[in-house]
Write a protein of this length. Structure first.
Length: 84
């Protein structure tokens, strides 16, 4: 041990190093525990009072526009995009 380093300073460095190691170990355990609990999470309970909801959305509809409607829509888009 160098002569210019006091015992208290050396002890402080050792305590800080030990604290850092303990903190990293605890943090690793907490994160692992959270990850394993997330993997074992039970499925959400179903609500029997509500009817079954279909997951698919409505069918897409397409409408052919006349040339006048296309021009009117293009004018509307130009009018709205001028402000931005």
């Amino acid at each position: 041990m160098p002569e210019h380093v006091s015992i208290l300073r050396s002890l402080g460095v050792a305590v800080l190093a030990l604290t850092a190691v303990v903190w990293v170990i605890l943090l690793t355990r907490i994160l692992r525990r959270g990850r394993t609990r997330a993997g074992r999470r039970p499925a959400a309970p179903t609500l029997d009072a509500l009817p079954y909801q279909a997951q698919a959305g409505p069918h897409l509809e397409a409408v052919e526009l006349t040339p006048a409607e296309r021009d009117a829509f293009a004018g509307l888009v130009r009018q709205l995009s001028d402000g931005h």
